[in-house]
Design a protein around this ligand. Structure first.
Ligand code: ZN
Length: 76
């Protein structure tokens, strides 16, 4: 029950860069999955957006950081 504050940090470009640097030491490449299509992504910019470049351009209008498009919470 005592997770540190940064247990689940948002993957910022800086954080991604840190991960990539650590992974590189082991000969690994940091990759994630596009939140739109699930394709593997590894470019720093893609990791920061959690989306591949194609999906980023397709979903420019969607909010970055909020996967739920339908915001049904008390919109009065
Ligand atoms: Zn995608």
């Amino acid at each position: 029950m005592s997770f540190p504050e940064n247990a689940s940090p948002k993957l910022t470009e800086q954080l991604a860069a840190q991960f990539r640097a650590q992974a590189a030491e082991f000969g690994l490449v940091l990759a994630a999955r596009c939140r739109f299509c699930g394709a593997p992504i590894w470019a720093p910019k893609s990791l920061a957006q959690h989306a591949g470049p194609i999906c980023q351009s397709r979903n420019k209008n969607s909010d970055v950081g909020s996967p739920a498009k339908n915001q049904t919470d008390a919109a009065a």
